[in-house]
Design a protein around this ligand. Structure first.
Ligand SMILES: O=C(O)CCC(=O)C(=O)O
Ligand SMILES: [Fe+2]
Length: 269
């Protein structure tokens, strides 16, 4: 069943657009160079992340002990600090996410021009800090279950997500699966098993589209209420990606943002 979807999806991706379906893959001219710079940063940051995994005792003879990590994450009595929990679920620490090359990519003029053109937005703010992820091969704790970004970002009135792969995306390495159709927010307040991600939304009878076959310089744009989830990484490579959330004029946020007009990070009041 999954293979049938895979084949159909890969063929049909260009039929989907943001305005009608809540998601779209867009090729941004000239972005590749900036993406490659970010790739270097994330590869170095991964080495530090792996040192931390080792320090925590999760590498045994060079093999990641996924079962032990899963136990620690889901153990409600274990008071894991938020930074460690984030790292164990494939999210880079704040120092990495604040790297200037990531912001430089997020601010790319052609990227923002295309985002505005595809969504009718007038983007003037970027949520800070951007998210940067690493999904190790066959590592399920990093997989975000089916969700709407609105559930994770109650502090912004409206926004557009841009998912930017930092490696070439194919069916093996996986990427994001989208379930188009829902445009309204569904209440989802409970944390799931690993204590990091919200419980999966019900997606049993929904049409699914794997946004695979994306190259460096392609971005996936998502409406804040479009349901999506992480695909498994079945390859032997690490899947790096960014998610950057953009706000249009008139959208409000209670947290830090980067103001594109003044070129400054603005703190919350
Ligand atoms: O990178 C992933 O696996 C999930 C991405 C995601 O949910 C997002 O960009 O909003
Ligand atoms: Fe998401």
């Amino acid at each position: 069943m999954e293979d049938r979807y895979l084949n159909e999806d890969v063929k049909d991706l260009s039929l989907y657009n943001y305005k009608n379906h809540g998601f779209q893959i867009v090729k941004i001219m000239g972005l590749r160079h900036k993406v490659e710079k970010v790739k270097n940063i994330l590869e170095m940051a991964l080495e530090n992340a792996q040192k931390k995994f080792t320090k925590l005792g999760f590498y045994e003879n060079g093999v990641l002990d996924k079962i032990a990590i899963s136990k620690v994450l889901s153990d409600k009595k274990n008071k894991l600090d938020p930074e460690t929990r984030q790292l164990l679920t494939g999210q880079f620490p704040i120092e990495t996410r604040l790297n200037e090359h990531i912001l430089n990519l997020a601010k790319d003029k052609e990227l923002i021009r295309q985002l505005n053109a595809k969504t009718n937005a007038k983007i003037d703010k970027i949520h800070m800090p951007p998210m940067a992820r690493f999904v190790l091969p066959e590592y399920l704790e990093a997989a975000v279950p089916a969700h709407q970004d609105s559930s994770y970002n109650k502090h912004m009135t409206d926004f557009i997500t841009s998912w930017i792969p930092i490696v070439d995306i194919d069916e093996k390495c996986g990427g994001v699966t989208v379930f188009p159709g829902v445009m309204k927010e569904i209440e989802n307040l409970n944390l799931g098993d690993n204590g990091q991600w919200l419980e999966s939304l019900k997606i049993n009878n929904k049409n699914s589209i794997n946004c695979t076959r994306m190259s460096l310089g392609d971005i996936l744009i998502l409406n804040k209420n479009t349901i999506h989830k992480s695909m498994k990484n079945k390859s032997r490579m690490v899947r790096f990606s960014l998610d950057i959330r953009y706000m249009s004029q008139g959208s409000k946020t209670e947290k830090h943002y980067f103001c594109l007009n003044s070129n400054k990070i603005i703190k919350p009041n």
